[in-house]
Design a protein around this ligand. Structure first.
Ligand SMILES: Nc1ncnc2c1ncn2[C@@H]1O[C@H](COP(=O)(O)OP(=O)(O)OP(=O)(O)O)[C@@H](O)[C@H]1O
Ligand SMILES: [Mg+2]
Length: 581
């Protein structure tokens, strides 16, 4: 607005100057014409005097008359021109005052406060906004020093500004200050001042723009607060980054990061060097896969591929790597792929588990040895049982049978013609029959002869029959049979597993019914023993004293099979799956 006000003044000055220039030219011309006409009139008066004296030259008179007429004519033209010029001047004056009114309005109703003061900042003019901002009417502002509205603490700066303006530095200056509104209230403001000469008095005057910048200041403060907040966040981030870096650097596990092509871009030097012998610099840029022994590379590659398909998902994987001195070091790794911009990277924390791997290998080996030993012992026990059963059957059985026959023979009494076994003998025979029966049961319990003579299915059917008779549990048997009788050791193992499951059903389940079923499923025989008893609990399955269950599993495993036991409220089901071939 300051610029507008200045340009109004300039415009007005120029217009006036132009108008004045035009008018002056016409006036000068008329003056010169008048001068010409005066000369002509003078000459005419001379001529008339001379003609009265009688020495007038008629030709000269004509000339003078002619000159006079031209002068009058030109005078007339000049006067017309002057009138036209006056009319134009009037139009220009009207336009000028219209323009002035418009600029006055702009000045009055401008969005900022405008003030005109003396060089010492005494107010001469002010628009409405200025009055509104200062909390007074425009009339009250007249003759007031502008400084009274400046906050007392900010007045020295204001004075410095006025002084610098007075020192003739007629530039435009800006001052950020605080204005105290009359009637209370204070606001941050920007004062802009330009020194100029008053068109009326030609004295130096100051033209001010006053703007309330509280909104901008609030926004600035808000921005500052945000910047401060971000700085604090960055500081704390830097702090936690340092903390994490320290933790990573001093970790006993290896921490590494691979880029999208599987090359090292970071590893914690201490742990890496301690476990693998490499420094960070030696690993940076190298592919992890190059450290993996050939035999494991395929598995590692497949694992990495799976990993990269599920960013953000952590996984555990164990594989060996070769240390700098070519030792095989097994690493247990927690691996997670992370998105870094658009690149998918792999971060991992890994521990040297070589000792555990060795121990597991040893344990596996020991376990296998135990399993072999157990299988060997089982077969020896079976052979021994068979031999004992055979011996008992053959020798004790034969002896008992012979004694029974002896006793059963009629005794030859001298005084009797009818041969009859004595009464005492009959009682002994009954006892011997019971002993023979007990002997048979012992032999069957040791090893059912059916298993060797009639095969597995017959032995299982006999077992079910025996359980039903002895324990009073209803046994249902559904056997599909085998295409080929399992070889004796395997047959014995299956029989013993079924026997143990039946014994458990009698001893623990309080079952009223057991169902044994057998079928062939592909290459395997599947036998299940299900009772309707109380059911087995999970903790009972893994009980340390559950040798029956362990024995079942051991037997099945030694033939490449397995036993699964499931239990619920409706009884227990033992399922044996053993390859037939
Ligand atoms: N059919 C079943 N119903 C309910 N509980 C069972 C059944 N079979 C086994 N159990 C439970 O599981 C436990 C372990 O069985 P397991 O055959 O291993 O040992 P056991 O029968 O107690 O002793 P062992 O068989 O060595 O003479 C049993 O003690 C019993 O509590
Ligand atoms: Mg048992």
């Amino acid at each position: 607005m300051q610029g507008h006000v200045q340009s109004v003044h300039r415009h007005r000055r120029q217009s006036r100057r132009h108008a004045a220039d035009g008018t002056n030219a016409v006036r000068n011309r008329i003056a010169s014409l008048k001068h010409d006409a005066d000369l002509a009139l003078q000459r005419f008066a001379d001529l008339r005097e001379r003609s009265a004296d009688g020495d007038a030259n008629p030709r000269l008179l004509d000339e003078v008359l002619e000159e006079l007429s031209v002068a009058l004519h030109e005078l007339q033209a000049g006067s017309d021109e002057l009138r036209e010029q006056n009319e134009r001047l009037l139009v220009a004056e009207n336009r000028l005052s219209e323009e002035r009114r418009r600029y006055q309005e702009l000045f009055e109703f401008g969005p900022d406060g405008y003030l005109v003061t003396t060089a010492t900042a005494v107010i001469r003019e002010a628009n409405r906004m200025a009055a509104a901002l200062l909390g007074v009417t425009t009339a009250t502002l007249f003759s007031k020093p502008l400084s009274v509205f400046v906050h007392i603490d900010r007045r020295p700066a204001f004075r410095t500004l006025i002084n610098s303006m007075a020192a003739g530095e007629m530039t435009t200056q800006t001052l950020e200050t605080s204005i105290v509104r009359r009637g209370g209230g204070e606001f941050p403001a920007v004062l802009r001042v330009t020194a100029a000469r008053s068109p009326r008095t030609a004295n130096v005057e100051l033209r001010w723009t006053l703007r309330d910048v509280s909104t901008e200041r609030a926004a600035q403060l808000d921005l500052l607060a945000q910047i401060e907040e971000r700085k604090r966040a960055e500081d704390s981030l830097r702090g936690s980054e340092l903390r994490y870096r320290h933790l990573v650097e001093h970790a006993t596990d290896i921490v590494y990061e691979l880029d999208g092509s599987g090359r090292f871009i970071f590893c914690n030097e201490r742990a890496t060097q301690r476990i693998l012998g490499y420094t960070e610099r030696e690993l940076l840029g190298r592919r992890l896969l190059d450290l993996v022994p050939r035999g494991h590379q395929k598995a590692v590659r497949a694992f990495a591929k799976r990993q990269l398909q599920h960013p953000g998902q952590e996984n555990y994987f164990e594989f060996p790597v070769l240390s700098k001195d070519q030792r095989t070091v097994w690493l247990g790794q927690h691996v997670s792929p992370v998105l870094h911009g658009k690149e998918l990277r792999i971060q991992a924390i890994c521990r040297d588990i070589s000792a555990q791997v060795d121990r597991v290998a040893q344990l596996t080996q020991t376990g296998e040895q135990w399993r072999d030993l157990s299988a060997h012992l089982q077969s020896q026990i079976e052979a021994e049982r068979a031999r004992i059963a055979q011996d008992i059957h053959d020798e004790l059985g034969a002896a008992l049978t012979a004694i029974r026959m002896e006793l059963a023979l009629p005794s030859i009494s001298a005084d009797s013609e009818i041969a009859q076994p004595g009464r005492r003998n009959a009682a002994v025979i009954r006892r011997i029959d019971a002993a023979i029966e007990a002997m048979r049961r012992i032999c069957s319990d040791l090893r059912p002869s059916l298993l060797d003579n009639m095969g597995l299915c017959a032995a299982i059917e006999w077992l079910a029959q025996d359980v039903q008779e002895r324990a009073g549990i209803r046994c249902q048997v559904v056997l599909q049979g085998f295409n080929k009788e399992p070889e004796p050791n395997k047959g014995t193992a299956i029989f013993r597993i079924v026997q143990e499951a039946m014994t458990n059903a009698i001893r623990h389940a309080k079952a009223s019914k057991v169902r044994i079923s057998q079928r062939i499923n592909g290459e395997a025989a599947v036998i299940s023993i299900a009772d309707d008893g109380r059911g087995i609990k999970t903790e009972e399955l893994s009980g340390r004293k559950s040798f029956g269950i362990v024995g079942m599993q051991e037997r099945a495993q030694s033939f490449g099979g397995k036993v699964t036991i499931s239990g619920g409220r409706r009884g227990t089901r033992v399922t044996v799956r053993i390859p037939t071939s």
